[in-house]
Design a protein around this ligand. Structure first.
Ligand code: PLP
Length: 457
């Protein structure tokens, strides 16, 4: 038996010590007691060294209590330079969306109540009129996310029957979204046409049979094909589908509502354009370029949207009142495009002049240097993320931390009280300011100083 094991104190002794008793101000007694038992158990089974005196044990127990009390879902500072970072929660919401959530969440609402008639109403009507107004679609509905919208569209229109898709569009978009798997899950039978690099309108036409239920067009969100390539866009597919008398389902993805080419982001269609190109249904995400909450937005022909609303799976994919509150407030901003660009954090970050980002980066670097942290502001390149404008690189600026080990600096920043997620480039940790909302510059300085041992200035 080692000394450490012989010296293990009793749980009761530790709980009575001043250091451990003081922890009950931070956490309920039971939490402190369980943490104490875990710390002793870890020392007993040699998973940790334990301590040699009461204050030492107190510090170990304090750390264990802190770990227990730290929430699983925490805010982080996104200094990766990827504005729509799926792993970091995609779009931050606009102030007015946050206010709408707070108001609706705090009390009751007419989520499923018809105030005119005084009877039960439908949650599917919320946001529908606004989406029709903004996109020109005949009808609209909102579900949990774009993947759910696609599953529901296929389930409602093609269950047990064939859906035709180009081999060039059998894509994987982040984590667990793979088009062939989504199609299989919906009950539709996948009919592949064309080749990886080239698909022609005739390939679709030749695959149409009496078993065909739909044609599917999927936006290649996160990659580009170059060279000897050909594909058939929704505008060209719409008449093919119409002649065959089958619906065209367009997985449009990004949810871009405004033309961002004045800011150098071009080549992606907007949602109103996607609707105009004639698909029966267009599905897209709420939390990508639209800048709203996680949601799947369906735009399209009234009959098809109605079939989706009536499908039993619609109940399993419905959104809650907080999402609808945030989405409606977000969509409202698009009635005035200038307001949308000014007030939606995502669009603000994407359209901020490089010069403004550079000034912020220099100011943050100067404050960190004053606090004793070695760093410089350098030119950088940001990306849109969220499966849109995959090859766009936006001029930006970043604070480069001049620590000997970039990996260690990176780990320390991720362990900060407010974790900061940066990017390691050329063996240096870089904190890109474009993906940091302006209002978080102080938070960033404080968190970096805290993590790397400087003082916040
Ligand atoms: C992002 C994306 C999806 C998945 O959207 P979620 O809202 O995350 O479910 C589906 N299709 C396309 C084309 C996308 O870009």
């Amino acid at each position: 038996m080692t000394d450490a094991r012989r010296d293990l104190p009793a749980v009761g002794t530790l709980l009575e010590s001043d250091a451990v008793r003081a922890l009950t101000a931070r956490a309920p007694r039971d939490v402190v007691a369980s943490a104490t038992r875990r710390v002793i158990e870890a020392a007993r089974s040699n998973r940790s060294q334990g301590a040699h005196d009461l204050p030492g044990w107190g510090a170990l127990i304090a750390a264990e209590v802190e770990r227990t009390m730290t929430r699983s879902l925490r805010r982080v500072v996104n200094a990766t330079g990827v504005v729509l970072h799926t792993n970091l929660g995609r779009a931050p919401l606009a102030e007015r969306a946050l206010a709408a959530i707070a108001q609706i969440a705090a009390g009751y609402s007419n989520i499923e109540y018809d105030l005119d008639a005084g009877v039960r109403g439908s949650r599917h009507i919320h946001c529908a009129a606004l989406l029709r107004e903004l996109t020109g679609a005949e009808d609209a509905m909102v579900v949990n996310n774009c993947a759910a919208a696609l599953v529901l569209a296929l389930a409602a229109l093609a269950d047990g029957r064939e859906a035709i898709i180009s081999r060039g569009e059998l894509v994987e978009i982040g984590g667990s979204f793979r088009v062939p798997e989504i199609m299989a899950a919906s009950g539709a039978l996948l009919v592949e046409v064309g080749t990886t690099n080239r698909t022609h309108a005739a390939d679709y036409v030749n695959a149409i049979t009496p078993r065909t239920a739909a044609i599917l067009s999927v936006h290649r969100s996160n990659f580009v094909q170059e060279g000897f390539v050909a594909s058939v866009g929704p505008a060209e597919l719409a008449p093919v589908a119409a002649r065959a008398g089958v619906p065209l389902i367009h997985d449009f993805g990004s949810g871009l509502m405004l033309d961002l080419s004045p800011w150098g982001l071009s080549g992606e269609p907007t949602a109103p354009e996607a609707v105009r190109s004639g698909a029966t249904l267009v599905v897209m995400s709420g939390d990508k370029l639209l800048g709203g909450p996680q949601a799947g937005i369906v735009l399209g022909r009234a009959e098809a949207v109605d079939a989706m609303r009536k499908h039993p799976l619609a109940r399993a994919m419905r959104v809650d009142k907080l999402t609808l509150a945030a989405l409606e407030a977000t969509l409202e901003l698009y009635r005035d495009p200038a307001a949308a660009v000014a007030e939606l954090p995502t669009l603000r970050m994407l359209t901020a002049p490089a010069e403004v980002i550079r000034r912020r980066s220099e100011a943050v670097a100067a404050r960190l240097r004053k606090g004793g942290i070695e760093c410089v502001s350098v030119a950088s390149e940001s990306a849109v993320g969220g499966g849109a404008f995959p090859s766009a690189r936006i001029a930006s600026a970043a604070v480069r931390i001049e620590a000997a080990s970039a990996a260690r600096a990176d780990a320390m920043l991720r362990a900060a009280s407010v974790p900061v997620v940066g990017r390691v480039l050329d063996d240096r940790l870089q904190l890109d300011l474009r993906s940091v909302p302006e209002a978080q510059d102080d938070l960033l300085v404080g968190a970096v100083a805290d993590a790397l041992g400087g003082t916040a200035q």
